[in-house]
Design a protein around this ligand. Structure first.
Ligand SMILES: [Zn+2]
Ligand SMILES: [Zn+2]
Length: 264
């Protein structure tokens, strides 16, 4: 048995590669100390949202965040945004809006479409009074500018899979956001991310897998799964000279507080 108490604050459980053995994956997660999982309904356009919601409805310990990924921002018409909003409205298992944000690395959707969708989802989060799950890559200045101008401080949320600069972390923390670290933090070359993981205030620190992507060491390059969030937690605990069990209780309490998750 493990000494850890964990929440995977960001996984894409509706992903195709999980379908053959999802039961085993959930069992391994429990054995690793993962008590709750937030599955993200933005894996693949709109259709991922009802799939994420179905998983959350089927499993008491799974919760959903609903949105449209910045990669798919070109499909985020008013109708689609209204449909996401309708699924999230008053649903007890929908704990956040997202992931949304800006990704200028791939530009699968134009930057203009990404910015427009991001603004709209901030408005939805404010209106539904739910925190925001923000994806940002090579778009730090615009991400902070839009969060600031749209009143993102009012809903708060998570900078997920943090892979940015110390500047980005500082700005996000000043807006009241939490910083969530994925397996990327375990990569040796991620020196600036190590620095941020050391200096982020303990009461704003979360952990996630972003499974099936970005598996932490020692599983790098393989399919990621929620159980592996334990490696990320242990890595950050070592960086900070902390007992992993203590740190896991803190990150779990942070996630529950922000997302208003029940204590199982
Ligand atoms: Zn993301
Ligand atoms: Zn994601």
């Amino acid at each position: 048995m493990t000494d850890l108490t964990l929440i995977d604050s960001h996984a894409h459980l509706d992903f195709k590669s999980f379908q053959p053995d999802l039961g085993d994956i959930l069992e391994r997660a429990r054995a690793a100390g993962v008590e709750q999982i937030v599955t993200i309904g933005a894996s693949d356009g709109f259709e991922s949202n009802p799939r994420a919601l179905a998983l959350a409805e089927a499993h008491p310990h799974i919760f959903a965040a609903l949105g449209i990924h910045p990669h798919d921002a070109s499909v985020a018409s008013e109708e689609v945004i209204a449909a996401v909003r309708a699924l999230a409205l008053d649903h007890p298992k929908v704990v956040a809006i997202g992931e949304t944000g800006l990704d200028y690395h791939y530009n699968n959707s134009t930057p203009e479409a990404q910015r427009a969708a991001f603004r709209r989802f901030i408005q939805v989060a404010l209106e539904l009074d739910k925190p925001l799950v923000v994806h940002t890559r090579e778009a730090e200045r615009d991400t902070i500018d839009i969060l600031t101008s749209e009143g993102g401080r009012g809903c708060g949320g998570i900078i997920h899979c943090f892979s940015g600069t110390a500047w980005m972390a500082e700005q996000a923390l000043a807006l009241g956001f939490y910083i969530s670290f994925s397996g990327i933090v375990t990569f040796k070359t991620a020196v600036e991310i190590h620095e941020v993981a050391r200096s982020t205030p303990l009461d704003r620190l979360l952990v996630e897998t972003d499974a099936p992507f970005l598996a932490p060491i020692p599983h790098r390059g393989k399919r990621n799964e929620p159980a592996y969030v334990a490696h990320t937690l242990r890595f950050i605990a070592a960086l900070r000279g902390m007992d992993p069990a203590d740190l896991s209780r803190i990150t779990t309490a942070n996630t529950r507080r922000l997302l208003k998750l029940p204590t199982p």
